[in-house]
Every structure is written in structure tokens, then in C-alpha cells.
Write a protein that binds this ligand. Sequence first.
Ligand code: IPD
Ligand code: CA
Ligand code: CA
Length: 257
Amino acid sequence: MKDKLIQIIKEAGEILKDGYYSKKDVTFKAKKDLVTKYDVAVENFLKERFGREFPKFNVIAEESDNTDKIFSDSIIVDPIDGTTNFVNKLPHTAISVGVYKDKKPFIGIVYNPILDELYTAVVGEGAYCNGEKIEVSDESVFQKALLSTGFPYTSGTCEDDLNDVMKKMKIILPKCQDIRRLGSAALDLCYVARGIYEGYYEMNLKAWDVSAGLIILQEAGGKVSNIDGNDYILFENKYIVASNNHIHNELIRNLNL
Ligand code: IPD
Ligand code: CA
Ligand code: CA
């Protein structure tokens, strides 16, 4: 299944790439949450091909109405993660596809066609970037940890969320090496998997933002949890916390101060 998925996702990458280099109209789904015709085009392409190739799986996808979809044997799709980057021609944007069997992680694929980076993982078989095995960093000193985070779209409308973001930043920033905000949750998780970041946390993400990246990170030796340090549950938890394992406890502790 993995090879077929890769072939289809690479084809979809051509649609993303065409859009990236074109002039595009932007529609707002919410105050800060935007969408383009390319998000819809990539999603429709993937849904059609996945439906044909993998009929036993349902497809849960960001730009679709998922109300009648039951999460079980599911392919969870973010057609363009990092849409704000995509619109602004910042090359940190990717297609994210996570495959689950009976709600359990099976295959994760994240593809950035602009930088031609393909992250893949099958549970139990390790994680790869363009075919090369990747692993998390072995840094265990929190002060030396380069972290990543994201700002929720609700930061423009919900003062509680905005305050929570700022409070956590104020506590964590002085204690770590630095914090990045590059704008694609799927790639953030892959960058932890690759040893670029030691850790990553963010609130209010949707299942399609992280369904693939969390599989890739776990297969690269990393850890993913909720803000209490317990198993992260797709579709349920407000916070995702991810790391190289070594700094996980300290990251959790600081996020809860
Ligand atoms: C967004 C990106 C971003 C994160 C947002 C996500 P989108 O996904 O992953 O990094 O901070 O919260 O919603 O909207 O570009 O698919
Ligand atoms: Ca997303
Ligand atoms: Ca998206």
C-alpha cells in the first residue's frame, strides 16, 4: 500500500507545485484560516484515487464534509498543510496522509513537493526521508533544545487561547535554545523526526494536521503525547506535545507551569 500511496501523493504534488508558482485567489474559512482552489483540487484528486485504490478505507479530509465518516479504517488527508505559507510562497508546505487500521497508526506520508522532501513511515519499519533512514536527535539538555510551535487560528478570536500561547512562550523561551514557528504542523513533526528540532507543541490542531507526522515521528524514535504526558488521542486532545523522547518530561513540566 505504501508504494501506491507514494505514487499517488507525488502526482498530487504536481498540482500543489503548479499552484505554488501561480497567482491565486484566497478565500477565508475563518478570520485567519484560508483556503485556495488548490487545497480543494489536491484533496479531490487524492480522494478519487484513494477511493479507487483502497476501497476498504474511508477518507477523512480537511476540506470535505466528514460528518458521516466514522474513524476506523481511515486515510486522513490534509491536502495542503501550511496553506498560509503556500499562499505567500514560503516553501514550508506539504501534503499529509495518515493511514489508520481499526483506529491504529499504520502508514504516514508527508510530502513537500517544493523542496522535494518525502517523509514516509510504516509502523514497525522505521522512518525515512527520501529513502534515507531518519532518527530523532539525542540531545537531552533542555537549554540546548531547539523547539517548534504553532499559533492557533483562534488566536485572532479567542483571548483565552491567545493568553495560553503567550504564557507558555514566556515560560519556555528563556529555558530552551530557541523556538521556531514555521507554519506546517505536519512538517514540524517530521523535523523532530529528523533531529532538526528536539521538540514541538501546539494547541487546537485537527487530526489531518498530525495524522501522518505523528507516525513518522514515533517511527524515528520520538514521543508524542497530550499535555498531561499521556497518549495523544486523534480527534480528542487540545494539545499535542512531541519530542525526541529525551526532553519530553521537561517539556511537559514547563507546559504545565
Ligand atoms: C495549519 C498548519 C499550521 C498550524 C495550524 C494548522 P493548514 O494547517 O499546520 O502550522 O499552526 O494550526 O491548522 O490550515 O495550513 O492546513
Ligand atoms: Ca493543516
Ligand atoms: Ca490544510
